[in-house]
Design a protein around this ligand. Structure first.
Ligand code: GDP
Length: 295
């Protein structure tokens, strides 16, 4: 699971801190040096680590903390609060005010867009939505088939028009189809590329301007670490994303992407995917994730 290495290191550091009873400034500073190393080893962006440690130090070296009866506990609480803040403070929900709500899924090929479109449809269907999945990846014929298979296994309708029409035309037709069939939620699976390229961005911009999605959700593979952060920055600059979905958090990842994307893009992580099964998706709760890391 992501964060396992980080969690183990932080938990060791804090065990020492708790065991000490009274703390002085240098105890806190040396613990924070360990936290800093652990975060860097987890592949968290350097600047973010620096800011994070500065904030924690400023708060933790205050007299009330050091003179309290449980200074170690207080320091851990501050780290927990700052980790939560780093990942976005509160849970960020999808805005369902538009009917139909249109979610446009974007990301690089292999990030997990198609699978995640299905997972998202499924979790939202359980909350009472009537979703329609839309196959707009016309370059990879297997992608259309893949979405159809996913839809079938979840009992969610899939709108596809093969690979001869443009994604914009398909998306527009899907919108009409959804209105006619009372689908209050449209999830558009768009094409990806192995790397960011201009053609892809132009196509996504065209879809965006023609269907005016309620939200553009970027799917990023957390296994790719700092690359995921760079991808998020570029997609956000070009398209203006509304949120992120992190995939493959079940893998043996160091967790750095999850801890960095929010701070770098300013956009919230809305869901986390933790496996290949279509039920392996969770709403992202920054506070719960911080507690999971700190044990
Ligand atoms: P796309 O090219 O972005 O549409 O990516 P796909 O949806 O085809 O996913 C690529 C691969 O990643 C597939 O083998 C998925 O089963 C796998 N995958 C997607 N999400 C997760 C996840 O959260 N955990 C794991 N372990 N695998 C995932």
């Amino acid at each position: 699971m992501a964060f396992d290495g980080l969690a183990e290191k932080l938990q060791n550091t804090f065990k020492n801190l708790r065991g000490k009873g009274k703390l002085n400034e240098s105890d806190v500073k040396s613990a924070m040096r360990e936290v800093k190393l652990a975060l860097l080893e987890a592949d968290v962006n350097f600047k973010i680590v620096k800011d994070f440690i500065k904030k924690v130090n400023e708060r933790a070296i205050g007299q009330e903390v050091l003179n309290s009866l449980t200074p170690g506990q207080q320091v851990i609480k501050i780290v927990n609060e700052e980790l939560t803040e780093l990942m976005g403070q509160t849970q960020s929900k999808i805005d369902f005010s538009a009917n139909p709500t249109i979610l446009m899924m974007v990301g690089l090929q292999g990030a997990g867009k198609t699978t995640t479109s299905g997972k998202l449809g499924n979790i939202l269907k359980k909350k009472g939505k009537n979703p329609l999945l839309v196959a707009c990846d016309v370059y990879r014929p297997a992608a259309i088939k893949q979405l159809e298979v996913v839809g079938k296994s979840l009992d969610i309708p899939v709108f596809s028009m093969g690979d001869k029409l443009s994604p914009v035309d398909i998306a527009k037709a899907a919108l009409k189809h959804a209105v006619k069939n009372n689908n209050d939620l449209i999830i558009i699976d768009t094409a990806g590329r192995l790397h960011i390229d201009d053609n892809l961005m132009v196509e996504l911009e065209d879809i965006k301007s023609s269907v005016k999605p309620s939200e553009i959700l970027l799917v990023v593979d957390s296994m790719t670490g700092q690359d995921a952060v760079n991808v998020a920055e570029v997609f956000n600059e070009r398209l203006g994303i509304d949120g992120l979905i992190l995939t493959k958090l079940d893998g043996d990842t160091r967790g750095g992407a999850a801890l960095s994307v929010r701070a770098v893009t300013g956009k919230p992580i809305k869901f986390a995917c933790v496996g290949e099964k279509l039920t392996d998706i969770e709403e992202f709760h920054p506070d719960r994730m911080a507690s999971r890391i700190l044990g």
